[in-house]
Design a protein around this ligand. Structure first.
Ligand code: NAP
Ligand code: ZN
Ligand code: ZN
Length: 352
């Protein structure tokens, strides 16, 4: 065991603060990574503030962070895919049984014996797992991704959650050239969804609340932008979408979007608001439309996504901050005041 520097929340109402945490020494299958950048996902904020209390209550202290990129510093004796000095990345998962049908299919996100990167029982040290707001992390080699060398590291970090969470449902629901695709909410996830839908050749429509994001949405790859509070603008698109990705973090009217799907169209929600949404079943029934959800993506697909980003020169638009600004960043995230993801420069932790 060794001590790592980290930022942790001590309760649902306290700010994140500097601390030290115990990490395990790499076992034979483990990779130790010195973390260069860690993205700030809205899930970090939900979890730190215990907003998902009904589903996954937060255990304190909580060290969030699951958009991790860095340099490999040590590897266990049985590790074959990484050596010290390599780039490595870790997303939302750090373990699974490897044997169940989901794992065999490369869909580890559905494994019943999996482990999340933070706030999950830690089978090695007891307590819970600690995430990437830290100077290092130790992870089983099976959950370490390869970072293509042409990707800027600060902008690559958010691919590990915001990237795969938007890429995976688009691939699953067949987003391709000729499809009309909507992306609701131009935040960290949403802006990645726009980039992927555009790169996959779809006609992309962004739904956003503030008019100020229109130019950005077009620059990111949207063909059209709809201000969702404008009912006339919404009505023009009725019954026309093949697929809509909903990446909104707060309560909102999902029915306004279901009505925009064509027959057999699908809306997939990846946003995880605190409270249940009310769904009008008639708008689903009448168009044989479907409403589904999607969690992150499996390890093989996460690597596929990173390689797709490498080939298409895709990274997240980031604002790099030192860890000391993390509490301010959370307040700004709540106001959608970030273009479009905070990425923490973990070198800033050295001065703590
Ligand atoms: N399914 C998964 O596996 C998964 C993975 C990662 C994250 N998530 C969840 O996905 C959600 C989004 O995460 P994120 O990191 O992208 O968050 P984010 O950067 O804060 O983006 C959320 C966006 O939602 C829109 N929004 C916020 N409040 C709204 C409101 N009251 N009404 C309408 N629109 C509103 C805003 O877009 P506009 O300003 O354009 O309107 C905002 O930019 C979070 O709930 C997060 O926990 C799920
Ligand atoms: Zn996330
Ligand atoms: Zn499994």
């Amino acid at each position: 065991m060794y001590n790592a520097k980290a930022y942790a929340a001590g309760s649902a109402t306290s700010p994140l603060a500097s601390t030290t945490i115990a990490r395990r020494d790499p076992t034979e299958h483990d990779v130790q990574i010195e973390i260069s950048f860690c993205g700030i996902c809205h899930s970090d904020l939900h979890q730190v503030r215990n907003e998902w209390n009904n589903v996954m209550p937060t255990v304190y202290p909580c060290v969030p962070g699951h958009e991790i990129v860095g340099r490999v510093t040590r590897v266990g004796s049985a590790v074959t895919r990484f050596k010290p000095g390599d780039l490595g990345a870790v997303g939302c998962m750090v373990d699974s049984d490897g044997t169940c049908p989901e794992c065999q299919a490369g869909l580890e996100q559905f494994c019943r014996n999996g482990a999340f990167t933070y706030n999950f029982p830690d089978k090695h040290l007891g307590g819970v797992t600690y995430g990437g707001y830290s100077d290092s992390v130790v992870v089983d080699e099976r959950f370490v991704l390869r970072v293509p060398s042409n990707l800027d590291l600060a902008g690559a970090a958010p691919l590990l959650c915001a990237g795969i969470t938007t890429y995976s449902p688009m691939r699953h629901w067949g987003v391709t050239k000729g499809k009309k695709v909507g992306v609701v909410g131009l935040g960290g996830l949403g802006h990645m969804g726009v980039k992927f839908a555009h790169a996959l050749g779809a006609h992309v429509v962004v739904f956003t609340t503030p008019p100020g994001k229109k130019e950005d949405a077009l620059r990111l790859g949207a063909d059209e932008v709809v201000i969702s509070r404008n009912a006339d603008e919404m009505r023009k698109h009725a019954g026309s979408f093949d697929f809509i990705l909903d990446a909104v973090s707060a309560d909102h009217d999902i029915n306004a979007y279901i009505q925009l799907l064509r027959r057999d169209g699908n809306i997939t929600i990846v946003g995880a608001p605190e409270k249940p949404l009310a769904v009008s079943v008639f708008s689903l029934i009448m168009g044989r439309r479907s409403f589904s959800g999607s969690p992150i993506g499996g390890i093989p697909e996460t690597q596929e996504m990173l390689d797709f980003c490498s080939a298409h020169n895709i990274i997240s638009d980031v604002e790099v901050i030192p860890i000391q600004k993390v509490n301010e960043a959370y307040e700004r995230l709540l106001k959608s005041d970030v273009k479009y993801r905070f990425s923490i420069d973990m070198a800033s932790l050295k001065s703590e």
